[in-house]
Ligand binder design. Structure first.
Ligand SMILES: [Zn+2]
Length: 157
């Protein structure tokens, strides 16, 4: 397996249905053809998420299993991660898991509109935030007023 494919297969430890590639955390995978050394560049998602140490360890483990034991994981903070980096397939998987994907972040200088958060269970826009903190620091807990189901909503950044 290529180093790129191995790193891209690592799932987010908090949202286990989505890979770090689909989440937009995985920025680059470079392999030195002379030494075989792999350098992986990642950008953390939400500050305060304790998941990055786990992700780093998971990347090194996945690379070792794929035959790339000599690997370094670099963390890059600029440009900062945005929920816009979540791929279309990632958004589909989040919705299927009952996690409402965040709305795209408006461009700088644009007055943000309050967008309705749609219920991932029934699609109703009649939803309300129950708690700013859901099952992890990255997610807020919402509830649907149509079907009464609670769901996690990824905070848009
Ligand atoms: Zn609903």
């Amino acid at each position: 397996m290529s180093a790129r494919a191995a790193a891209a297969s690592v799932v987010d430890p908090e949202i286990r249905v989505i890979t770090i590639d689909e989440l937009g955390i995985l920025r680059a995978v470079e392999e030195d053809p002379a030494t075989g050394r792999v350098t992986v560049t990642i950008t953390p998602t939400y500050t305060g998420c304790p998941a990055m140490d786990v992700i780093r360890a998971d990347i090194r483990r996945a690379l070792a299993v794929a035959g790339h034991p000599d690997a370094e994981v670099r963390t890059v903070y600029s440009p900062s991660w945005s929920t816009d980096w979540i791929s279309d397939s990632g958004r589909t998987k989040l919705a299927a898991a009952g996690i409402a994907p965040p709305a795209p972040v408006p461009a700088a200088g644009v007055v943000p509109l309050t967008l309705a958060v749609r219920c991932p269970h029934c699609g109703s826009p009649e939803t309300e935030q129950v708690s700013r903190f859901g099952s992890t620091a990255c997610k807020a807990l919402w509830r649907c007023r149509s079907c009464s189901e609670p769901f996690d909503h990824l905070k848009a950044l």
